[in-house]
Design a protein around this ligand. Structure first.
Ligand code: ZN
Length: 246
């Protein structure tokens, strides 16, 4: 399963193609429907970076291909023209090597502006209204704890501060976005901003839920629970009493 660090490893492997003009094919029929090959073929690959759960491939002309690996996607770099079995989603061929994406269920092409990060949680002051607006544009069934880690929506919140901010805001990480009010979103974002700002300034505060599974909640004494969440299976920590399901 692709975790953040495996995305970073994939980004590193793909660096061998950066600076090369690449031939682009989309052998998988579902990938072909995105018309990615027509738009990218023959362009120079300018950069590859892992951002959040995504690999962003920037091409000459300001086009950015976002590859989200979900559970099963995998990038491979091999010698050009090596025989393969099956239909990969995408093949980027340089002079000597090619990058092959297998089972990559999300491929999205955009201009550079659209693929940038969300507002920075550590900005002074953070633009909470834009963050709420970004969260509102996500599918209503997406879980709050998962969405808070999506760097396209809000840049900078990691798993620790997500867990701590949700506990302070008394919101379960498992709530669907469509069951959460705007002011609740603003509250949890505000808590994250406050906690993270304090941390940057060197304030050390004991954690309330992060890595406290099985220990009593500091507010109510109920044992803290933990479980993997989202495509990256990041561990969520929460108090089932203070942060109830709806
Ligand atoms: Zn509690």
């Amino acid at each position: 399963m692709p975790e953040g660090d495996s995305l970073h490893r994939a980004a590193r492997r793909l660096q061998v193609l950066v600076g090369e003009r690449v031939a682009v094919e989309t052998p998988h029929p579902r990938a072909a429907a995105e018309r990615v090959a027509e738009r990218l073929d023959g362009r120079t690959l300018e950069a590859v970076e892992a951002v959040g759960k995504n690999l962003l491939l920037s091409f000459e002309g300001g086009l950015v291909l976002r590859s989200h690996l979900r559970m099963s996607g995998r990038w491979q770099v091999v010698e050009r023209g090596r025989a393969r079995r099956g239909k990969p989603w995408l093949v980027l061929s340089g002079a000597d090597r090619e990058a092959v994406l297998w089972n990559g269920p999300v491929l999205e092409l955009s201009t550079r502006a659209a693929s940038r990060l969300g507002p920075d949680i550590l900005a002074g002051p953070p633009d909470l209204a834009s963050m709420v607006a970004n969260l509102r544009r996500e599918p209503g069934g997406r879980e709050l704890g998962d969405a808070l880690l999506d760097q396209r929506l809000v840049a900078g919140i990691g798993n620790v501060w997500k867990a701590e901010a949700l506990w302070r805001a008394r919101l379960s990480p498992w709530l669907r976005l469509d069951s959460v009010e705007d002011e609740e979103l603003e509250r949890v974002l505000g808590e994250a901003a406050t906690l993270m700002r304090a941390s940057v300034e060197g304030v050390r505060e004991a954690r309330s839920v992060y890595r406290k599974a099985g220990r009593p909640c500091r507010r109510c004494g109920t044992p803290i629970r933990s479980r993997g969440q989202g495509d990256d299976n990041r561990t969520a920590y929460w108090c089932p009493s203070c942060q109830p399901a709806r």
